[in-house]
Each structure stands twice: as C-alpha cells, then as structure tokens.
Design a protein around this ligand. Structure first.
Ligand SMILES: NC(=O)c1ccc[n+]([C@@H]2O[C@H](COP(=O)([O-])OP(=O)(O)OC[C@H]3O[C@@H](n4cnc5c(N)ncnc54)[C@H](O)[C@@H]3O)[C@@H](O)[C@H]2O)c1
Length: 340
C-alpha cells in the first residue's frame, strides 16, 4: 500500500482530492497535514475519517514546522507528497503579503527538505495559472513555457515555490512534478471565492460585489476534473515536468454572476459593481495540450452543468455554508467590500 501525504487536505481542493482517492478505491493510505486556518474545515472529511480509520489519518500541523512534518513523514514511511497547503486568496495577499511568503514559500521549502531527506518517490506541487501573469483578450492561452510574470503577492509566492521545486529537481534530483491549474469550482469551496461568494450572497438576497466592470475572464475547471488530472500526474507524470490543467471554459466574471442569478431565479439588480482589485489580472486561459497528449487527460465536466451542480450543492449544504462563515470572515468581508 502506497502512503500519500496530502498537505492542506482540509481545504477546498485537498479535501476533494482525498475524497476522490477513496472513491477510486485505490490502494493508498492518506496522511492529511493541515494547519486548519480559516480555510481548513474538518467537516469536509468527517465521513472519510469515520469510514476509513485504517487508511486515513489527520495531523493538525503547520507545513513550515520542518521538525514536526519530517517526523510524520518518517514515521509513516511516506511515498508521495502532494502539496496543496497554501494561503490561497489573492485579496488577502494584498492585505498581508508576508503570511503568503511564510506558508507558500517557507512551507514548500520545509516539505522539499523532508522529501529530499526521506527519499520520497514523488513530490507534487499544486500551483496555479496565476504564476504566468495576465493575458490580453486576443492572446493565445498559456503554455508551460510561458514566462513567469506574477502580479499579486499570492501569485508571486506561488511562482517562487515553483522555482524552488524546480531547483530541488535540478540540484538534488528530487523526483518532482508541478501542476498549474485554472480557477477551480465545485463543492466545499470557502465562500470568499467568486462562485460560492456569489451563490451565498444570492441565497441571502445580499448584493453581489463585482470588481470593476466584471470584464475579467477566468477559465473554470471543475474540481473533480482537477483531481483526476492530479492523480494522473502523480502516477504517470514524467519526472521534472510541469503540466497545465485547464477547463476549456473561459467566461467573463459578469456573465458568470448573471448565470448564477439566473439559476437561482434572483434579480440581476443584486449586482453591485465595486472598485477594482489592485493589479487585477485581465484574463487567464490554459493550453493543456501537454497533459492531454501525454497522459490522456481532458476536462469532462460541462461548465453549465457543473455550475448548476455546484449551486445545488450549496443549496443542499446550507448548514456547512453557515458554519464556515465566522466572525473573522464577516469582518474581512465588510472591510473588503464596504465603501468600495
Ligand atoms: N482554488 C483554486 O481555484 C486554485 C486555483 C489554482 C491553484 N490553486 C492552488 O491549489 C491549492 C489548494 O487551493 P484551495 O483552493 O483548496 O485552497 P484553500 O484555501 O481552500 O485550502 C488551503 C488549505 O491549506 C491549509 N493551510 C494553509 N496554511 C497552511 C500551513 N502553513 N500549513 C498547513 N496547512 C495550511 C488551510 O488550512 C486549508 O485547509 C493551493 O496551493 C492553491 O494555490 C487553487
């Protein structure tokens, strides 16, 4: 049985990935290491913990704590490390860049050092399309060879981590892969991110804050498609390679928000345009030919259907949504959108 250390497994993508591993009935033991920041929620995996006591173990831990993480890796004879743990919200990175450097850069180096020390079979870094910067409307989508040109403290910290992962491959022959995905959506996403934020506000008849004129374009990838791609890269990805993962679903933010209101049968008048985010990237789009050709992966979830499924999930999980909205988050929300 292979032992897989997943960091940030109580967050949105990490918890979906662990769930996907168990749904796939693979011969894996999963060690989940998570600091439980505001974005980490043990409720996301409560059923998995109950159903698989011998195959799943959780440790509350900061990935920056090398000694603690290294002990877990050694003790559990870990084969693979998949690093999802991160401070992940661009707006928060504009408020507190240092925190993003701590977790996203120092945390990554702590994991790389332990991976090197313990002869890990593969280290997989979950990165983002945002490391490439921004595209104009007519530009071709990002390939893996596009220059790194991050524009926010978040994307700069993720790009820095990618470069460290590359350096550990080049300098120490550490077996690594990096995946760079576009915007994920689906169940268990913290409601500060665009889609669940708009769903939550619509459900509560609150105004929907849209940055600028809402013309910024994102490519949306259903989290299940992303999880399938991650597992493929873990099992079959060529050592040292970077793989782009995209959803083939580009849409302007304003159109997306209008779609959510339509699904929920709420008035378009709920939309409130607010002052734009500083350094707001205009457009992301991913060329995923490499993973499609080499590993035979492509996104399967149709965006219209995936969005409807996601809205339905949040409607069916109102308690999950209400419980995750803490006083801290409400304070952040007020500061972020009031008087903008
Ligand atoms: N969500 C997206 O659309 C998206 C897109 C591209 C890339 N990514 C990347 O995917 C990864 C997962 O993103 P997500 O959306 O699930 O994020 P998330 O914010 O939902 O979850 C992050 C998790 O990491 C944990 N964490 C934070 N700091 C930690 C630390 N120091 N030590 C241990 N755990 C810590 C949190 O408690 C949380 O459970 C991130 O690396 C992110 O950069 C996300």
């Amino acid at each position: 049985m292979k032992v897989c250390l997943v960091t940030g497994g109580m967050g949105f993508i990490g918890s979906n990935f662990i769930r996907y591993l168990f749904e796939s009935n693979l011969d894996f033991k999963v060690i989940n290491v998570d600091k439980l920041t505001y974005a980490g929620n043990p409720e996301n995996l409560k059923d998995i913990e109950e159903k698989h006591p011998n195959q799943y173990k959780f440790y509350k831990m900061d990935i920056c704590d090398f000694k603690a993480v290294d002990e877990i890796i050694l003790k559990n004879d870990v084969d693979y490390i998949i690093n999802f743990a991160a401070e992940s919200h661009v707006d928060r990175s504009i408020i507190n860049p240092s925190l993003f450097c701590d977790t996203n850069i120092s945390g990554t180096i702590s994991l790389l050092n332990s991976a090197k020390k313990n002869n890990i079979k593969k280290y997989l870094q979950i990165s983002t399309d945002e490391v490439y910067g921004s595209l104009n409307f007519n530009d071709a989508p990002f390939t893996e060879n596009h220059q790194l040109a991050p524009n926010s403290p978040y994307s700069a910290s993720k790009a820095s981590a990618d470069l460290l992962v590359r350096a550990y491959y080049k300098s120490f022959n550490l077996p690594v892969n990096i995946t760079r995905c576009s915007n994920n959506y689906g169940p268990y996403q913290f409601p500060e991110k665009l889609i669940p934020l708009m769903i939550n506000n619509s459900l509560n008849n609150k105004s929907l804050p849209v940055y600028g004129k809402g013309i910024n374009v994102r490519d949306w990838l259903h989290v299940k498609d992303h999880c399938k791609a991650i597992l493929k890269v873990l099992k079959e990805g060529r050592i040292g390679e970077i793989y782009n993962i995209g959803g083939d679903s580009e849409i302007a933010n304003i159109e997306l928000v209008e779609k959510i209101l339509k699904i929920l049968d709420k008035p378009q008048s709920l939309i409130k345009f607010v002052k734009d985010r500083p350094g707001h990237d205009l457009r992301y789009a991913m060329n995923h030919n490499k993973i499609t050709k080499e590993l035979h992966w492509k996104p399967d979830v149709d965006f219209e259907k995936g969005l409807k499924m996601t809205v339905d999930w949040y409607i069916s999980n109102r308690i999950w949504l209400e419980n995750i909205i803490t006083k801290e988050y409400l304070k952040f929300y007020e500061k972020q959108y009031k008087n903008r």
